[in-house]
Write a protein of this length. Structure first.
Length: 509
């Protein structure tokens, strides 16, 4: 090797830092002594990450040449970790345009290397026969390799790690279905890779020699079928042996709905994943080791990758999840009543209750809402709303929470996303379910003039068109049950909530 391993830190630009891989790569780069700048459409979503104070965050979008040019200034290595999957029928064109802008601006700024994480493609299969997801990933890699900037393209198949979409899909399918009638793709051979090895390859690629401009396959040490993976998962998780019966009649579309029904992964994301499993995806070289050597114990085997991921899940130490990135097309309008809001119709439901508990106890209930804790009112109504959302292509309620007790800006929370959080005081959620309008839910823990704890709740809905108005008035008769019950039950739960000693509360943060 002739690269400058161990040299001075590099200046790295990371796109996709609000996503699953990007959010984990940033601390890896910082730990290696690099300076990191993150390009994000919504910089506020990175505010509560543990590394937020160590990295620079700038606002921008990879489809906006001006913001990319500004972000590239002074950068040595630029990481391209974004894609437009699920953003609509034109996502391939969006990916194509963004990759061209990224390459052009990197070349203009004198960037020394681009690093891109793409998908492993099957050998010998014409590109036109690949799924749109894999086809677009391959095209983005080619565009970046042709950009005139030395580029490393890392190609991975199924990534196994706590919170990854592939791991969550595998986990829920295996845990919830002891007997499965499955699509034929469960027989397809795959080479899964541990997320730790993906991050190691990404970080190590920053120091590749300038004459390296190529793609590398990255994978774990084993080639398995999806059926093997489910059986092996069950064994590691201590579950009884699963009975799996593959059938040829489940098309990618049908199987994506099957995955969406059983797992937290919505059909819109499950479909490109299942389409990609139609073809064998295994590594045909391990040349990456010439530039990023494998330390002892790496690449990590499948069973160990599952064990590590499960430990993270059980210890509530999942740092990023597949749902960390915003849902494509999610609303980005300012909160109604904010100074820059454009105005228009606005419906509001307000609730307020005294709470026979400390403000801190009330906050613990507010911050713990959703996921396994539920929504404190009419569970059937929430369940029905979640199922309807999934039926119409939404995310439904199954995304749950990243952490059972703590939230941060940008976290997905069932079919909401945390838009703002002021610890001990305010939690604001933005709706990401299918709606004919924009919706928010605010919960506040406050103290009145006489020192008593009060709970204040506000639901806001900004309708789009006549359908939006009709939607609000059709559901408003249920608000007393849903929102009124929520306020009442949150107040009661707070009164029953023990507050830990101050030292324990501090360490929990």
């Amino acid at each position: 090797m002739n690269h400058d391993e161990g040299g001075p830190g590099l200046r790295c630009l990371v796109t996709g830092a609000t996503g699953y891989i990007g959010g984990r790569l940033v601390p890896e780069l910082l730990a290696e002594g690099h300076t990191v700048r993150c390009l994000a459409r919504s910089p506020g979503k990175l505010r509560d990450h543990p590394w937020a104070g160590e990295a620079e965050v700038v606002r921008g979008d990879v489809t906006d040449a001006a913001s990319v040019a500004e972000a590239m200034r002074g950068i040595d290595v630029a990481y391209y970790l974004v894609h437009a999957l699920g953003s609509g029928a034109a996502f391939e064109e969006t990916d194509r345009r963004a990759a061209r802008i990224f390459g052009e601006q990197a070349r203009a700024a004198g960037v020394r290397r681009i690093v891109y994480l793409g998908g492993l493609t099957p050998v010998g299969v014409p590109e036109r026969e690949l799924s749109p997801h894999l086809r677009s990933r391959a095209e983005v890699g080619r565009i970046l390799l042709a950009s005139g900037v030395p580029t490393t393209v890392l190609r991975a198949a199924v990534v196994i790690g706590s919170g990854s979409v592939s791991f969550e899909m595998l986990r829920y399918l295996t845990e919830r279905l002891p007997v499965m009638v499955t699509p034929s793709w469960v027989r397809t051979r795959i080479q899964p890779v541990a997320v730790r090895d993906v991050l190691r390859a990404l970080a190590g690629s920053a120091r590749m020699p300038a004459d390296v401009n190529r793609a590398f396959d990255i994978g774990g040490p084993e080639v398995l079928t999806y059926r093997d993976m489910m059986m092996r998962y069950a064994a590691v998780a201590g579950l009884p042996r699963r009975i799996i019966v593959p059938v040829p009649v489940l098309t990618p579309r049908l199987s994506s709905h099957w995955v969406g029904l059983v797992t937290p992964v919505p059909a819109s994301i499950a479909r490109p994943l299942t389409e990609s499993l139609r073809h064998e995806v295994i590594c045909h070289e391990h040349d990456i080791a010439r530039y990023v050597p494998d330390p002892p114990g790496h690449p990590i085997g499948f069973d160990e990758a599952v064990r590590l991921a499960l430990k993270r899940v059980r210890d509530a130490q999942v740092t990023t999840r597949w749902s960390s990135a915003s849902v494509p097309g999610a609303p980005s309008d300012p909160l109604p009543t904010d100074p820059d809001w454009a105005g228009g119709s606005l419906y509001t439901d307000r609730r307020e209750r005294p709470v026979n508990a400390s403000r801190e106890a009330l906050w613990r209930v507010i911050e713990g809402i959703g996921g396994d804790n539920g929504w404190y009112s009419f569970p059937l109504a929430w369940a029905v709303r979640g199922r309807l959302d999934r039926l119409f292509g939404g995310v439904g309620l199954r995304r749950g929470r990243r952490d059972a007790a703590r939230l941060r800006v940008g976290d997905s929370l069932d079919f909401w996303r945390v838009e703002e959080i002021e610890p001990g005081h305010l939690l604001r959620l933005r709706a990401e379910m299918r709606l004919p309008g924009l919706a928010w839910l605010e919960m506040r823990a406050e103290t009145d003039d006489e020192g008593r704890t009060r709970y204040r709740q506000r639901a806001l809905f900004h309708p789009h068109g006549l359908l939006g108005h009709a939607y609000w008035w059709s559901v408003s008769p249920f608000h007393a049950v849903v929102f009124g019950g929520m306020a009442r039950n949150i107040a009661r739960a707070a009164a029953r909530t023990p507050v830990p000693p101050a030292r324990e509360r501090t360490s929990a943060r």
